[in-house]
Design a protein around this ligand. Structure first.
Ligand SMILES: [Zn+2]
Length: 299
């Protein structure tokens, strides 16, 4: 049988023209910070030649939905690279749907650079290292509560402008540190610890919805906020929780008081940033300039 040369030729022409259409529609594609390192949050920005009805992307094996701010031509996506991700080249695969239904695509190859993290040895009460049967049951129930919180869906961002640190004090222990507990259990510090005497007010890093507010075995009294699109902040070891699940909070709103509940060596605040399962460096998030999504110039 003759191979379908005509069909192959048509497909070849389509294949050659599709990326060109993509280049025309995307005037500019940029990201911050540069370079992007393992464990970093990042903001993608696309400038389009016309107003699309939607913009989405694939990044780090996850789906990212973009949103406009300030101008209907400029769309943003807030994402990151997990603390345990492998450095190397990753593809940002963009897809915009134009008002006439035409889908345009663009791809950027982005170098994800390695980060260097310290190793630390900690001593904690033995029950946190080798939990008994009853505690294991509790840890399982905690896992279920967290799984439910992490699967929460808000289709649009509830944050606006830069995230802010939840306390004014300095950070005591860095993000990404490799830890051993009593010389046995190894883990990665997937958050940032702040010096905070018992009872220090803890404030929401940005606007969001409370998706978990309860006591957990390791995390102690814990609050999880979803800022939209599963971009979340977690606050642990609180002495008191002052919000309830389902509640919406504004940036800077007091959500609890610091403490030493759960697996903590003393009063402090552990803050974590989680985007669709990827843990990101909170300190870098506070420094990342983000667009304001409210105000008269938007939409
Ligand atoms: Zn911590």
């Amino acid at each position: 049988m003759r191979p379908p040369y005509k069909l192959i030729a048509i497909l070849a022409i389509l294949g050659a023209t599709l990326p060109a259409i993509g280049r025309e529609a995307f005037d500019d594609i940029s990201w911050n910070p540069r370079p992007i390192k393992v464990g970093a949050p990042c903001l993608f920005k696309v400038d389009l030649s016309a107003t699309p009805s939607s913009v989405k992307a694939k990044w780090q094996g996850r789906d990212l939905v973009f949103f406009p701010a300030g101008s209907r031509h400029v769309w943003y996506g807030l994402a990151g690279v997990d603390v345990e991700a492998t450095p190397g080249t990753d593809r940002l695969e963009l897809e915009a749907t134009m008002p006439d239904g035409q889908v345009v695509r663009a791809v950027r190859e982005i170098q994800v650079q390695p980060s260097t993290y310290k190793t630390e040895r900690l001593k904690v009460p033995e029950r946190f290292v080798q939990p008994d049967a009853e505690t294991l049951k509790r840890i399982e129930a905690d896992k279920e509560a967290k799984r439910e919180a992490f699967s929460h869906q808000i289709p649009t961002p509830e944050w606006s402008g830069n995230f802010r640190a939840p306390v004014n004090s300095s950070a005591s222990e860095g993000f990404g540190t490799r830890r051993t507990f009593n010389g046995k259990l190894a883990s990665i510090h997937r958050g940032l610890d702040y010096h905070a005497p018992e009872g220090t007010p803890i404030r929401a890093a940005n606007g969001g919805t409370v998706v978990l507010a309860q006591e957990l075995f390791y995390e102690g009294n814990c609050v999880i906020l979803d800022h939209g699109e599963q971009f979340m902040t977690l606050y642990m070891h609180l002495s008191k929780i002052q919000v309830a699940p389902g509640e919406t909070v504004k940036q800077g709103q007091q959500i609890g008081l610091s403490g030493a509940t759960g697996r903590a060596t003393g009063p402090h605040l552990h803050v974590a940033v989680r985007w669709q399962g990827a843990y990101l460096d909170p300190a870098q998030l506070w420094l990342l300039p983000l667009p304001r999504l409210d105000g008269p110039d938007v939409r």
